[in-house]
Design a binder for this molecule. Structure first.
Ligand code: FAD
Length: 331
């Protein structure tokens, strides 16, 4: 079987999608929404907005700064029957070279944070950066986020993905998340309502957009000590994972009791390359962009790895990375 045939039905595609539509719709000019200070822009390249540094354009792109502007963006998409895709820091995404039809809503400009010393809770807008949050908490002497310093995503992305490392994860600290529903309602969901398990939540593949989250931390520790542990975690990442090249972190979920990286390494795939995409030498569960890779290169390498591991171990590796847009032989 050719590698291109091997995994056609095993790759997952995601995005908060309401309706399928081709990329050629609507006239290509900026759209100003009434009573707002932001624009919806056409044909915005997404390669600069993903950690893989690949991907074609969003048909339409908007990066609202407020929840009201986010609501207006969602309403606009609904009125024009545009599918919606939510983009955090793009650190767990593989965007097709063909781009994404519809409206891409980036949360990167949704920013605020409030540390409450009375409760030890921190409430953050969806676009806040997880590594910045981990450092800010450490500098205050608040424990609970030291493990997260190497996860280069946003609060919203981490809540949706149940991001985790060093035997901790978002589900351990989440108190509640606020989400915007397609009908414009803001709902607060508790951790139990999010149905968390390993790297999953009820929000994956749903049409709800995380607008903010509240985490429970433990204030009162010695900042120097919390900073030291945070630094150790960061240093461990830098030495064991290929942070120097564009990637999405771990490509596959670990099929317990195995580690995906171990299975890939045992299959002899470390260093295997398609185009400019390579199974990293430093960590086999990373596929890196060696410079100039296309999304198609990365997609084909993912399928090749799946096929080879299945042949050798009878285990189908499930991608953790979310693949968005069209991936077909005609790319
Ligand atoms: C070098 C590197 C190391 C990494 N290490 C780790 C690690 O140790 N542990 C780990 O768990 N992950 C790791 N990752 C993967 C990634 O950082 C996490 O999955 C992160 O939580 C993704 O957040 P994001 O904001 O980038 O989300 P994106 O990649 O932008 O989006 C991921 C998914 O969440 C959805 N989404 C994003 N924001 C929202 C929102 N506000 N509302 C609704 N849906 C939303 C998107 O539509 C998409 O389906 C790593 C990535 C890299 C590049």
């Amino acid at each position: 079987m050719k590698s291109s045939q091997a995994a056609v039905d095993v790759c997952s595609f995601s995005g908060v999608t309401t309706k399928k539509q081709e990329i050629t719709s609507l006239e290509s000019k900026e759209i100003y929404l009434d009573n707002t200070d932001f624009t919806i822009r056409p044909q915005v390249s997404l390669s600069g907005y993903t950690s893989y540094r690949v991907g074609g354009p969003a048909e339409w792109y908007v990066a609202p700064r407020t929840v009201e502007a986010l609501q207006a963006s969602v309403n606009y998409a609904k009125e024009h029957e545009l599918p919606v895709t939510v983009l955090g820091a793009g650190s767990n995404l593989l965007v097709s070279d063909r781009g994404i039809p519809g409206l891409v809503i980036a949360t990167r400009h949704l920013r605020y944070s409030h540390f409450d010393p009375e409760t030890g809770q921190v409430t953050l807008a969806a676009g806040e950066s997880i590594p910045s949050l981990a450092w800010a908490a450490a500098e205050l002497g608040w424990e609970g986020l030291e493990w997260a310093v190497g996860i280069p995503g946003t609060v919203g992305g981490a809540v949706v993905m149940n991001a985790g490392a060093h035997n901790s994860c978002i589900a351990d600290i989440l108190v509640s998340a606020q989400v915007l529903t397609p009908d414009g309602t803001l709902l607060t969901l508790t951790r139990d309502q999010l149905n968390y398990s390993y790297r999953t939540s009820i929000l994956q593949g749903s049409d709800r957009i995380v607008t903010q989250a509240t985490f429970q931390l433990q204030p009162g520790a010695d900042p120097a000590q919390v900073i030291a542990i945070t630094k150790q975690h960061k240093q461990h990442r830098l030495t064991t994972q290929p942070y120097h090249l564009p990637s999405c972190g771990s490509v596959f979920r670990n099929p317990k009791p195995y580690a995906a990286g171990w299975l890939i390494e045992q299959t002899g795939l470390k260093g295997y390359q398609i185009g400019k995409a390579q199974v990293a030498q430093r960590h086999a569960n990373f596929i890196v962009n060696c410079g100039g890779a296309s999304a198609w290169d990365i997609f084909n390498l993912i399928r090749h790895v799946q096929y080879q591991v299945q042949e050798n171990w009878s285990i189908l590796l499930e991608p953790e990375v979310k693949m968005i847009g069209e991936f077909s032989l005609a790319c």
